[in-house]
Design a protein around this ligand. Structure first.
Ligand code: SIN
Length: 325
């Protein structure tokens, strides 16, 4: 095992949630228990080592904010840079864990690999007082993953849920209550994947680019796009049908939006699989970019980061930055 302590960063979520009646675990409130208390009764080996706990937030992750993402990222960065910390675990609500996962992967994944450390996200689908609560086994698995990263050589921003480890970038919640809801379609973990030479800069500003997700569906119109454009939206992620196809009425307005300089990214609302740039129409013809395997929610964060990076560095356009996330 690695020498060094682990850092446990708590964000809240169902893993820290409580049901009013433990026999009705679907009716609960997330973010009720302090992160420190989640360590009780985990049955870690006596020589497991110290776990330093920092409670960053205790929220239902549907309320995640850019400010909290930045606080979390700075805490992860500080932990990675400390010699006495050998790995980091983050407890997080599952509803937006995939967004936090892609954000941390893009901004700190290379740094984690550089320091040969794992940052492991985990959470739970059942509240802490449910009869078969999955939080303790998930947290235990995450702590061991972080602790044993030098032996397994699995570094970077990772995740584990329901006994299935994966890259945090590959998380996507695809079921409302299955215990493996986030990892059901994730690739097996066989080493971190980084397409970039370097991490993207951590945002420093409080206000990130305004990006909205617009869903294509039967009966779509472009009215919502026009509303957003007139209000100053900076980017639109299309949650397209099937392989990322878009209703023609909506498409017309999105082509105009792209012509007006709004960043348009095309993803699929199906929840799994990838969107390819030539299918069904070439993105280049319409000035859009395909989101590849990023879900709409993940593509939204990736686009924010790509726009921030392109604005700050001016040497690479947002399209080429987005393509490496
Ligand atoms: C949340 O995302 O905070 C609530 C849902 C969950 O953690 O499963």
């Amino acid at each position: 095992m690695n020498s060094g302590n682990l850092l446990l960063l708590g964000m809240g979520g169902t893993i820290a949630g409580l049901a009013g009646d433990p026999k009705k675990p679907m009716a609960y409130q997330a973010g009720q228990i302090p992160t420190q208390a989640l360590l009780e009764g985990l049955g870690l080996e006596p020589d497991f080592g110290e776990i330093e706990v920092h409670q960053i937030a205790n929220i239902d992750s549907r309320h995640m904010s850019e400010e909290l993402l930045m606080q979390l990222a700075w805490a992860v960065k500080a932990g990675l840079e400390r010699d006495d910390i050998s790995g980091i675990v983050i407890t997080h609500g599952t509803d937006t864990m995939e967004e936090t996962g892609v954000f941390l992967h893009a901004t700190l994944g290379k740094l984690a690999s550089h320091y040969r450390k794992a940052v492991v996200l985990t959470g739970a689908m059942l509240p802490a007082n449910a009869e078969h609560a999955d939080g303790p086994s998930n947290l235990r698995a995450a702590l061991y993953m972080a602790k044993e990263s030098r032996e397994t050589q699995q570094y970077g921003i990772l995740a584990v849920m329901a006994g299935k480890p994966c890259l945090a970038r590959d998380l996507s919640k695809q079921h409302t209550h299955a215990l493996d809801a986030l990892v059901v379609n994730a690739r097996e973990l066989d080493g971190p994947i980084h397409k970039r030479q370097a991490d993207l800069n951590l945002p420093t500003q409080m206000v990130w680019p305004w990006i909205e997700i617009v869903t294509s569906h039967g009966g779509s119109s472009g009215r919502f796009v026009d509303m957003l454009t007139s209000q100053g939206v900076e980017g639109i992620v299309i949650a397209g049908t099937g392989q990322g196809s878009v209703h023609q009425a909506l498409a017309q307005h999105l082509v105009l939006a792209a012509e007006a300089g709004i960043a348009v990214v095309r993803s699929s609302r199906t929840g799994a699989g990838a969107v390819f740039s030539e299918i069904p129409e070439p993105d280049s013809a319409w000035n859009w970019l395909s989101a590849r395997d990023l879900t709409p929610a993940k593509a939204r964060i990736a686009l924010q980061l790509a726009l921030l990076e392109a604005n700050s560095r001016k040497t690479e356009d947002w399209q080429s930055i987005f393509a490496t996330i």
